[in-house]
Design a protein around this ligand. Structure first.
Ligand SMILES: Cc1cc2nc3c(=O)[nH]c(=O)nc-3n(C[C@H](O)[C@H](O)[C@H](O)COP(=O)(O)OP(=O)(O)OC[C@H]3O[C@@H](n4cnc5c(N)ncnc54)[C@H](O)[C@@H]3O)c2cc1C
Length: 408
């Protein structure tokens, strides 16, 4: 009996001492557009799989960050990997979830000590802050005109939100001349008035005039830089059927892939992963841009001229609440990204603070409204593709629904 008991005890002890078999742990954190869930599988203390799901995250930012972070965590066998630049909210959710999942799975990893990079200085004729849609073209144009150019970009790629765009507006372009000959149908003045009218006269007349009158040259400039374009077959909106087509689309290529070649050819020195924080004017009238590099070190760029092309402020909650009001902000789905530091740098240097305006596309409920996160797309498509009836709280129809995208 004693022998049987001790054998049973040995078996129990041997079983308890066995390393844990495959274990799966899921942790959910709040991301940018809803829940972000990280599922970690480990065998004998070794992570064998990391899956991250966040259906509400913005496709171009968080959507890119999640698989990249999952791979980085798996490769490093650690939750202490670098955040994905440009998707800071999604990254923070993923990295917090990863830290918790490692702890829950009983895998101990020591947090690395932060090493701060060295401070640097650089000088040039023109510094371009923000290498998005505008900054990329502006920097190449300045360099082609003989300037020594440095570009500051907080993410690791060119194009910013321009990567989401499929084409551009233009009137009087070479492509329209090819299609319509001398009979364009609508002219610059029509589009100037149309844009002004549909922005409720809140737009800046000078800028809208520039947009309209220089758009044909812009198309030519883009074509001259090997980016093929074609005129869209139909207008983007039902409201514009029968009018001159103004949407010039990229031809199965991404413009910023081509622009990267021109950046290199013209020696534009782009500092990726670098966030511009402050702009100060020196005594001699030149400008110092003080930036934080990815490694935490400082970069100070001295330049004769500054092009501020930091895009919008959609990633800055306070500014967005100011622009939209709390009610709309809380109901809206916002594609974030730029944090408004560019505007702040200009205000700090005496620029007049105008009204903060937002560019509104379709209207749809938040991702949370459907379990699979498909709510935004479906609702947005529905509102853009009429017929659908829009009524106010009194149940009265209040607008021509097919004008939604223009008049939203
Ligand atoms: C889903 C979607 C679809 C769109 N489709 C179209 C379309 O078809 N046609 C069209 O004409 N427009 C379209 N737009 C609008 C268009 O993308 C923007 O108007 C355009 O990208 C604005 O250009 P920008 O250079 O001002 O800003 P962005 O392209 O946003 O570039 C700003 C850059 O500055 C960087 N940055 C910001 N702050 C700092 C800082 N402090 N330090 C360093 N870098 C910084 C950002 O990382 C970014 O790269 C679309 C927009 C969206 C969201």
């Amino acid at each position: 009996m004693k022998k049987i008991l001790s054998l049973a005890l040995c078996l129990i002890l041997a079983f308890c001492a066995c390393p844990a078999l495959a274990e799966t742990v899921s942790v959910t954190e709040e991301g940018f557009g809803g829940d972000v869930t990280l599922t970690l599988t480990a065998e004998d203390g070794v992570v064998t799989d990391v899956q991250i799901e966040g259906p509400g995250e913005t496709a171009e930012l968080g959507g890119m960050a999640m698989p990249a972070l999952a791979q980085a965590i798996l490769d490093a066998q650690s939750p202490y990997v670098d955040a994905y630049t440009g998707a800071s909210v999604t990254s923070a959710a993923v990295l917090t979830a990863a830290e918790k999942a490692f702890a829950e799975a009983g895998i101990e990893v020591e947090a690395p000590e932060a090493v701060v990079g060295e401070d640097e200085e650089a000088a040039c004729d023109v510094v371009v802050i923000g290498m998005g849609a505008s900054g990329t073209f502006a920097s190449v144009s300045a360099a082609e005109n003989g300037a020594k150019v440095i570009g500051i970009e907080m993410t690791n790629g060119l194009g910013g939100m321009g990567n989401a765009a499929q084409g551009m507006f233009a009137i009087d372009s070479v492509l329209q001349k090819e299609r319509y000959g001398d009979d364009l149908g609508s002219d610059q003045q029509y589009w100037f008035e149309h844009i002004f009218d549909r922005t409720q006269y809140l737009g800046n007349g000078k800028l809208i005039r520039t947009l309209v009158s220089e758009s044909a040259d812009t198309v030519q400039y883009v074509l001259d830089h090997d980016i093929e374009m074609y005129l869209s077959a139909q207008p983007q909106q039902i409201a514009h059927f029968g009018e001159t087509i103004v949407y010039h689309r990229w031809n199965n290529t991404q413009p910023f892939v081509h622009m990267a070649e021109y950046i290199e050819k013209n020696d534009v020195d782009v500092r990726f992963g670098t966030h511009a924080d402050k702009l100060e004017q020196a005594e001699d009238g030149s400008w110092n841009v003080i930036c934080t590099k990815e490694d935490g070190g400082k970069l100070t760029v001295n330049a004769k001229a500054v092009i501020m092309s930091t895009g919008s402020f959609a990633g800055n909650e306070a500014m967005m609440r100011e622009a939209l009001g709390d009610d709309v902000y809380e109901a809206a789905f916002v594609i974030g990204g730029c944090d408004g530091t560019g505007l702040q740098m200009l205000y700090d240097n005496g620029a007049a603070k105008g009204e903060l305006l937002t560019m509104n596309h379709g209207v749809g409920p938040r991702a949370a409204s459907t379990p699979d996160g498909g709510g935004i797309k479906v609702a947005t498509q529905l509102t853009m593709n009429t017929p659908i009836l829009w009524v106010n709280r009194q149940g009265k129809r209040f607008m021509n629904e097919d004008l939604l995208k223009d008049t939203v």
